[in-house]
Design a protein around this ligand. Structure first.
Ligand code: FNR
Length: 343
């Protein structure tokens, strides 16, 4: 079968995400300081991550990336085995291509085949019907569904959608599907106002998907014949700004976008995330170092995140949220201009 444009696009996304991967990201974590307490009065062995979203074992997950081509089917199999080995939840890349071309379903179903017991999130755009969501869930025997919001990507993508009326479709999905729904941005961040809109239609969990890591404005611009939309690179709110936007939202907040170290993860959790997602970094590890080393990298993160909790005197996530935090002047300026509370 000749690969379709959608199938080819999946390979291009992987290639371009890795081409533009930066070891140091700009998601805002450098502007957040957690104060060091020289008397933490906590022990690493006492740290517990419990009461996590969906009963997850770790406040860390592998977020949506791929599927839809032969190459990405291989990656999905590897990612699933990595998730299983590290006891992490994992999200599929957008399954829309497999709804359009059912022959591509196995490139996604390999996630479930390689991680029979993992918590797997399906993934579709927010334009789909409840019946299509049910199909995507069945394809993976998924435990939840992510609905991605990607207006910047669609606009820059030569073949992208040009209609951004999504709220009614989200409301219909939330009202009818049987699995939990996570609404996510793909790397351009969130506002308080958008979170309120989602809450009004019954959404309970949002991944604020902030700017600073993988940048779909940049990736799709590279796919444009004239590369004439480079100004939309770096558009939107960073992951940290988006976490400030989410203060007091009343939603369960997940945070993905440009996390590079376990300390970034600790800061995101301190700023109210219930769990953090990694995409580009895991892909980078996998492509550069292979499956076994990626598992080793993630296990280091798990060990170090646990250690960092004790370092700041927290044995649980609720305790972590009381650790004193100081924001750099530009970030605090953003916060006050937006009328957001200090975290
Ligand atoms: C993504 N991302 C993504 N998100 C989504 O909801 N559906 C998708 O199909 C994809 N596809 C995709 C492909 C590749 C190659 C990458 C690297 C990423 C976005 C991803 O889930 C995440 O929101 C962003 O990548 C930001 O996180 P990182 O990469 O900075 O950790």
């Amino acid at each position: 079968m000749r690969p379709s444009i959608q199938s080819h696009r999946k390979d291009e996304h992987v290639f371009l995400a890795e081409k533009y991967f930066k070891a140091t990201a700009s998601a805002g974590f450098a502007d957040v300081r957690l104060l060091h307490d020289p008397l933490p009065e906590a022990a690493v062995a006492a740290v517990r991550f419990d009461a996590l979203p969906f009963g997850w074992r770790w406040p860390l997950y592998i977020n949506a990336m791929t599927g839809g081509s032969a190459q990405t089917a291989t990656l999905n199999g590897q990612l699933a085995r990595i998730a299983a080995a590290c006891d992490l939840a994992i999200a599929s890349g957008s399954q829309a291509v497999a709804l359009a071309e059912p022959a591509l379903a196995p490139t996604f179903a390999t996630l479930r085949n390689n991680a029979p017991h993992a918590f797997i999130l399906g993934n579709l755009g927010a334009t789909k019907t409840p019946a299509q969501v049910a199909q995507a869930v069945a394809m993976l025997d998924a435990d939840a569904i992510e609905l991605h919001l990607n207006a910047v990507q669609e606009l820059v993508m030569p073949e992208g959608d040009r209609n951004f009326h999504w709220l009614d479709a989200i409301a219909a999905i939330v009202a009818t599907v049987t699995v939990p729904v996570v609404v996510k941005e793909v790397g351009n961040g969130f506002t308080r106002e958008a979170l309120a809109k989602l809450r009004r239609v019954g959404v309970t969990t949002v991944d604020i998907g902030g700017r600073g890591g993988t940048d779909f404005g940049q990736i799709e611009n590279a796919r444009r014949p004239r590369h004439d939309a480079s100004y939309l690179q770096d558009f939107g709110q960073t992951t940290v700004e988006s976490l400030l936007e989410a203060q007091g939202s009343g939603l369960t907040i997940l945070a993905t976008g440009g996390l590079r170290t376990p300390l970034d993860a600790l800061k995101a959790l301190r700023l109210g995330a219930s769990a953090v997602g990694l995409s580009g970094l895991v892909l980078h590890w996998l492509l550069q170092d292979g499956e076994a080393e990626t598992i080793a990298h993630l296990k280091v993160w798990q060990t170090q995140l646990t250690g960092l909790m004790a370092l700041v005197g927290a044995t649980t996530l609720p305790e972590l949220t009381t650790v004193p935090v100081v924001l750099a002047p530009t970030l605090d300026h953003y916060r006050t201009q937006r009328g957001l509370p200090h975290p």
